[in-house]
Design a protein around this ligand. Structure first.
Ligand code: ADP
Ligand code: MG
Length: 690
């Protein structure tokens, strides 16, 4: 008998089994075959799929359908349409045509488009991506809508979203990997699949606190607030007991995700207080990216129902750990070989793919760095468990031994002995973990740890797939031309490793000596988002994306303009929010306290040396300083034009950031002097230890 979870799993997903049930078998077989071959569906197949989807969705209570896409806003977008169509007799029927399934039309000018396009040529299209299944989303009042994953592009086919480049990169990676496999004699392989497992970190705080903090509501992170009394130093939260109210929330999240066919597998408390993590089982990259969006949405909505607010910003609180989204990346064949598994019998096969990754990261580490560069991540990278901004790859000494020919395969397992006779001695992992490495090999996959918790994982994944496709293309060209494939593959492995091993670093990435060492190796650190903008328009990067057919030059420049604008807007929003908080909350509340203190000094004959006089002086100085700085900030914000971001704008933004920091430092120093009943907003102690 099926368990409750087994019955629940995937009930809201329009799986191939659902389609099979609702399609004539001939057309279902055609559909499957087309999908397997990665070809476009014919109009007739699409009509049958549309009919099957509609029948299933309506049977399950859906009244609307929506094309679902990921514009360059970092969020998903939807436009819900009712199935109803009028009949001649003034009644309605529920319809859903192949045309409505395949293509949607919308105004694209209000979405980020890099300012490249004008409003009079604003048409945008959503195009059905049948490789990611449609699903039904139901809200708590019972409304149900059929969601159809789509790509989003302009009138002339320019990618305006996260999905399109990812799908193109996956195609390119599949093509080049398959060429390598065929050249090496694995001719039965039809396809190579990229798998992603995304670990999602987030904070949960009480809604009552969230609602009283303008910074969290508007800018997604706290702009003011001193460190909590108790912090994460004693590691009491990491893997700590999950409290009942959190457990109830997690349980509901899991149920919602399982209904959506998402294999939510792991949950635990993270290092910082109020920080948690959810990890689903890995899936093909495109599906995984869509699922991650649904995971964040589900966490967010469920938290609200439990009187909490989920925070996905990379650094919602100063002084304690931020949140990331580790991407576990691997590639495997349709015949079931994980090409990054060091245990596969054909050592050359493993090493050619592995060494190609080393070469790809070394050649294009700036692209990998770029893929995670955005305003929020600037606060997180480089400290508190997050990887540094300097890119390196951790491989572990066993893999290095393999490259040097010291061991043939990784099969030689060692055991773990805890020194207690009665205990079993389990096998040890092939390599240790390195928490400071941005790109770490972990037995059969790479873990990219720089990705920010709020990011759509598509872009970082697109970049990894693209650089890998580029390097595999070069290898495939040589392999196909070589008469002795074994000799050639060995040569390629050696070259890849010897010429690119400078990117390998297994030590402590936080250590200052690594920066010095990296500089000697010629590796450049791109410390901030603003250092990354020009990477998008450098010649070699344009060539990389054009030659792999992932993005053309104008699409790349569109991205550059979009991330620049998003960065400027984020700084501006922070500055405006901060000024408002200082004027509306901080100054009035401190003034009130000053008045109280002054009155009490007047009425009390404690004399000049009364400690309250000292406090009065501290508070008066602070308030003066805060208002001078805020006025300055206010003036600076007015100078920022986010529609035309020049070098001068970037310089102003840096000044704005400095002022934001200064205001924070000044406030954080005195926050603890303000009595509880006059505190301008909930403190870190309130929010993190409620
Ligand atoms: P860690 O403890 O190292 O963070 P987890 O056990 O939490 O690792 O797993 C991290 C993620 O890696 C999970 O989503 C898991 O499904 C995924 N994963 C495991 N194997 C692979 C693989 N071969 N390719 C991609 N992702 C994988
Ligand atoms: Mg983890």
């Amino acid at each position: 008998m099926k368990s409750v979870t087994e019955k629940l799993f995937g009930i809201n997903v329009c799986t191939d089994d659902v389609l099979k049930k609702h399609m004539p078998s001939k057309w279902y077989k055609n559909y499957l075959k087309t999908k397997e071959d990665g070809l476009p569906l014919s109009k007739t197949i699409a009509s049958h799929v549309a009919h099957a989807m509609k029948t299933w969705a309506i049977k399950n209570g859906a009244t609307h359908y929506s094309h679902w896409f990921a514009p360059l806003t970092g969020k998903t977008a939807e436009k819900q349409v009712a199935f109803i169509e009028p009949t001649k007799k003034g009644k309605v029927v529920e319809e859903f045509s192949a045309k409505s399934l395949i293509k949607g039309e919308t105004d694209a000018s209000s979405f980020p488009n890099g300012g490249e396009r004008l409003t009079f040529e604003a048409r945008g299209y959503t195009v059905w991506d049948y490789t990611s299944p449609a699903f039904i989303k139901d809200d708590k009042s019972g409304n149900k809508t059929l969601f159809i994953p789509t790509a989003f592009c302009s009138f002339v086919g320019t990618a305006l979203d996260e999905k399109t480049p990812l799908l193109r990169a996956l195609e390119s990676l599949n093509k080049e990997s398959t060429r390598i496999l065929h050249a090496l004699g694995y001719t039965n392989v039809k396809r190579v699949i990229c798998n992603i497992g995304g670990e999602q970190e987030y904070f949960l705080i009480k809604s009552k606190h969230f609602n009283n903090r303008l910074d969290l509501k508007i800018a997604n992170r706290t702009l003011l607030g001193s460190a909590p009394i108790k912090n994460q130093e004693i590691s009491s939260h990491y893997f700590g007991i999950i409290e009942d109210e959190i457990s109830a929330f997690m349980n509901e999240v899991n149920i919602e995700l399982w209904k959506l066919g998402i294999m939510a597998k792991l949950q635990h408390n993270e290092v910082a207080p109020c920080q948690h993590e959810l990890v689903p089982i890995f899936a093909p990259a495109n599906i995984s990216a869509d699922q991650n969006q649904l995971i964040m949405e589900t966490i967010s909505k469920t938290a609200k129902r439990h009187g909490m607010e989920a925070l996905f910003h990379e650094k919602p609180f100063n002084y304690i750990n931020g949140s990331g989204k580790h991407i576990n990346w691997s590639i495997s064949t349709d015949t079931g070989i994980n090409l990054l598994d060091s245990n596969i019998a054909d050592k050359n096969l493993f090493l050619i793919f592995f060494s190609s990754m080393i070469k790809a990261i070394d050649k294009y580490y700036k692209v990998i760095r770029c893929s995670t560069a955005h305003h929020g991540n600037d606060f997180r990278l480089g400290g508190d468990e997050a990887p540094p901004t300097l890119i390196s790859v951790f491989v572990g000494e066993n893999i290095e031994h393999m490259f040097k020919g010291k061991i043939e395969t990784s099969n030689k397992k060692s055991v773990l002995d805890v020194g207690v006779k009665s205990m079993l001695k389990p096998d040890k992992d092939f390599c240790d973990r390195n928490r400071t490495s941005p790109f770490a090999y972990t037995t059969n996959k790479f873990e990219f740890r720089m990705v920010g918790s709020s990011q759509n994982l598509s872009w970082p994944c697109t970049c990894i797939c693209t650089i890998m496709a580029k390097v595999l293309n070069e290898a495939a060209n040589k392999l196909e031309a070589a008469s002795d494939k074994t000799l050639e593959v060995k040569k390629l492995i050696k070259e890849n490793y010897e010429n690119h091993k400078r990117i390998i670093f297994d030590g402590n990435g936080y250590d200052k000596s690594w920066k010095i060492e990296a500089e000697k190796r010629g590796l450049i650190e791109y410390a901030n988002t603003t250092d990354c903008f020009d990477i998008y328009s450098s010649e070699d990067v344009i060539d990389l994306f054009e030659s792999t057919k992932v993005l053309n030059k104008s699409e790349l420049l569109l991205r550059k303009a979009t991330i620049k604008k998003a960065y400027a807007e984020a700084v501006k929003i922070e500055a405006l929010t901060l000024c408002q908080m200082v004027y509306e909350n901080v100054i009035p509340s401190i003034n009130k306290y000053i008045l109280e203190l002054a009155n009490s000094v007047k009425n009390y004959a404690g004399g000049k040396h009364d400690s309250r006089n000292k406090l009065l002086e501290i508070l008066t100085t602070a308030i003066n300083e805060l208002s001078v700085l805020s006025d300055k900030l206010n003036n600076l914000i007015n100078k920022i034009d986010t529609t035309n971001i020049t070098d001068k704008t970037l310089k102003t933004l840096t000044d704005v950031n400095t002022l934001i920091n200064n205001i924070r430092t000044n406030y954080d120093k005195i926050e603890h002097f303000i009595p509880n009943n006059l505190k301008p907003f909930p403190t870190y102690n309130d929010m993190l230890f409620n």
